[in-house]
Design a protein. Structure first.
Lengths: 167, 180, 403
């Protein structure tokens, strides 16, 4: 795997943030932890700046929507430590009415567009983001398309006959 | 005798030092063999267009040597690739800036009808916003198919009447798209 | 039309001019827009707008079974679609715990390296065109046609290939494919050398590209750059070397690294990667000789469609065919992240599965999208012509930018 095992990584995290995060699992060898939005910036900063861990590379920020859960929208960070060749996945779940989370642009510049994309698709508001507006969809769109209830196809089409599509 | 083929002369009366034909045919011949395309390449079909313009398939044999990215100087708008709803107004503005006579070729399944992307963000065919003359199906169409579409455009150009753009039918067509 | 920030607040006397670069512009190789504020020839600030070809891949993927998502991945980075296809198949294989035989891995490496060469041909050729040199581009496009012919022998299609299936390939490579491949390996190095001789020590090209858009390694890492761009800045991060997939660890190749991240370095890194890809293909061909030549997929009847003769004659094959197509086969309820080295950088697939036929959530980590966000900050203070060359060297593919 890498020069640091998941167990050592977990020990380092526990040493600083004991009780502030939970371990979701290690699917396919990738340590996945779950924390809250109050601690996410501290966790990310620690992972980036710690001399032994050095998770200097932010691979991706995205989100996921589970409509039947209590905390419906989860923001998911993937980090990568190039020196130690180990990755980690951090999830933060938020309640739908209160989708605020502090921005990671203070830690990595690359989080800028990743967070804009997450806002565009899920409606997650990143507090402190310099320019949080839609990036891929049209600017005057009001809904957040990647949520589960948003339909895939354009509902305003008039030329599609349901009979031919088996509906 | 060289084996380079040149375009055949239209039907007309030939004599010593003169050739009489109708203006429509002469102008149509000139236009068809010197179309200046505007490659409105958005996605994968644009790469097949690059292959068509390269030396293997060579679209410039048909007179389309000079690509124009300025709509004011182009005859043929080749829309190649998916047009999203965000891009729709841009495409319409480019079309409006072209001077008559102008032709539109929709290359690929996405430009013709939305293609495999039946989603909220993709325009289901550019003929929702601009009138189209030739549709080239394929995903992406082979360069031979693009050339076939181009040859169909040439047929349309060659046989078009000089008055077509001023006829009430054409004005009605443009009005149905909201274009004056 | 589209609303973008208006620039009047830093220009009260209205002395600066605003230039709209795109979305339809020959310099932007794809549809994305940059509104630049210029002081003469120098860019004062810029705003990028993308999304002009947003096709909602991630939303479509939630409605399609795994094997129907492959044509979607084709259209991400359409200049090198086999890499996207293989990356997706490897993600699903990781999820399902399928181990592919060595021959499949070697064939995959051949196809992926051909795709990498094809993408770099376009990128470096078009970079040459943007500096005014059209000939190199035409010389190289001929070999892109040769690569298309090899793809045609394998999968039938030229550009959006839909190569391979979950577990391997749909058909064995025939002798014609190998003949064309060997011919390509014989002819292409000469042209690549000719291409390099046209540009590498060309005074005009060096003046246009040296020290243009230089990027330090820290800046590149903070913007999550990857691929040839990051390597040109000095960091040797290559997913093939760091997290090897598809038996890359058995192969002997070097990862070219530049020094100061300018456009000239990026050009050289891509050229050198093409040489390394040729080396990888030759090694793969040599290794293929030692493998039995009739294996082209893993033995996973639950996920790999059986051949049609068996479906019509054999009861089990019929049942498996039905189950695969109707999606009755249970898949693990978990999440997986797998990344491959795309032509532009780390192409990642984050797949969250809920046991059904389609993914619950599929997210593409697209290198062009992440690389491009640095363009507007980077072009501050640059001359306009340098900004164009910079955009060209970033190799932004619009399909991968917007997904």
């Amino acid at each position: 795997m890498g020069k640091i095992t998941n167990e050592e990584l977990l020990n380092s995290l526990n040493a600083k943030f004991e009780g502030l995060f939970t371990v979701v699992g290690e699917p396919f060898g990738l340590l996945t932890i779950d924390t809250t939005r109050d601690h996410i910036i501290d966790v990310l900063t620690f992972l980036k700046t710690d001399a032994a861990l050095q998770f200097i590379y932010l691979t991706d920020i995205t989100a996921i929507h589970y409509p039947e859960q209590e905390k419906q929208i989860g923001v998911i960070y993937h980090l990568h430590s190039l020196v130690n060749n180990v990755r980690i996945r951090i999830k933060v779940f938020l309640v739908d009415g209160d989708l605020h989370i502090p921005t990671a642009t203070t830690i990595w510049n690359g989080a800028n567009w990743m967070e804009r994309e997450t806002y565009d698709f899920f409606g997650v508001i990143f507090d402190g983001h310099p320019d949080l507006r839609r990036i891929l969809n049209v600017d005057d769109m009001t809904a957040f398309p990647m949520r589960r209830e948003f339909p895939l196809e354009d509902p305003n089409r008039v030329d599609k006959k349901d009979y031919f599509f088996g509906r | 005798m060289s084996d380079i083929q040149i375009v055949g002369a239209p039907a007309g009366v030939e004599g010593a030092g003169f050739f009489a034909t109708s203006l429509d045919k002469a102008v149509g011949l000139a236009r068809a063999n010197s179309l200046w395309p505007l490659p409105f390449a958005t996605s994968c079909c644009g790469i097949e267009f690059m292959a068509t313009m390269a030396s293997h398939y060579d679209l410039s044999r048909f007179g389309a040597e000079r690509l124009s990215f300025s709509p004011r100087q182009a005859d043929l708008l080749m829309v190649m690739g998916t047009i999203a709803k965000k891009m729709g107004p841009v495409l319409r503005q480019v079309y409006l800036q072209m001077a008559e006579p102008r032709w539109v070729m929709a290359v690929g399944a996405c430009a013709s009808s939305g293609g495999i992307f039946d989603t909220y963000s993709v325009l289901q065919g550019i003929d929702e916003i601009i009138p189209v003359d030739v549709y080239v199906p394929g995903c992406p169409p082979r360069p031979e198919a693009i050339i076939d579409g181009f040859m169909n455009i040439q047929e349309l150009v060659k046989t078009e009447s000089l008055r077509r753009r001023n006829t009430p039918e054409y004005q009605k067509l443009l009005a149905s798209y909201g274009i004056q | 039309m589209q609303n973008h920030p208006v620039f009047t607040d830093n220009d009260p006397q209205n002395e600066l001019s605003t230039l709209n670069l795109g979305p339809t512009h020959p310099a932007t190789h794809g549809v994305f827009q940059n509104v630049l504020q210029l002081d003469g020839e120098r860019i004062v600030s810029g705003v990028s707008t993308i999304g002009y070809i947003h096709r909602a891949f991630e939303k479509i993927a939630e409605h399609r079974p795994f094997y129907q998502i492959t044509p979607l991945t084709d259209r991400l980075n359409y200049c090198s679609s086999p890499i996207n296809n293989m990356g997706w198949h490897m993600t699903v294989e990781k999820l399902l715990g399928i181990q592919t035989p060595k021959r499949v891995d070697y064939l995959r490496i051949i196809v992926m390296e051909l795709a990498r060469i094809a993408d770099h041909i376009v990128c470096n050729g078009v970079l040459g065109v943007d500096t005014g040199a059209f000939t190199g581009f035409l010389y190289m496009m001929e070999y892109r046609e040769s690569i298309y012919e090899i793809y045609e022998e394998v999968c039938g299609s030229r550009l959006t290939t839909n190569i391979g299936r979950i577990g391997g390939f749909e058909r064995n490579f025939n002798t014609k494919a190998f003949d064309k491949l060997r011919k390509f390996l014989k002819d292409f190095p000469k042209t690549l050398k000719e291409f390099e001789s046209l540009f590498n020590r060309n005074r005009i090209f060096i003046d246009r590209t040296k020290d243009v858009a230089a990027v330090t390694a820290e800046e590149a890492l903070s913007y999550s750059w990857s691929g040839p761009l990051l390597r040109a800045a000095g960091i040797d991060y290559d997913v093939r070397a760091m997290n090897p997939y598809s038996s890359y660890d058995e192969f002997d190749f070097e990862v070219p690294v530049g020094s100061n991240g300018d456009v000239y370095n990026r050009f050289l890194v891509r050229n050198e990667e093409m040489w390394q890809s040729l080396r990888l293909i030759e090694q793969a061909l040599a290794k293929l000789e030692k493998e039995p030549s009739d294996i082209f997929h893993a033995d996973v009847p639950e996920f790999y469609l059986p051949p049609k003769e068996e479906v019509y004659n054999n009861m089990e094959a019929l049942i498996y065919h039905f189950k695969i197509v109707m999606g009755e086969i249970a898949t693990p309820v978990t999440e997986v992240y797998h990344s491959v080295e795309g032509a532009n950088g780390e192409l990642g697939f984050y797949l969250v599965n809920d046991g059904g036929r389609s993914p619950y959530r599929l997210h593409f980590r697209r290198p062009s999208f992440i690389n491009y966000q640095m363009y507007a900050p980077m072009s501050r203070g640059m001359l306009l012509s340098d900004a164009i060359i910079n955009m060209s060297s970033l190799n932004v593919i619009a399909g991968e930018l917007d997904a």
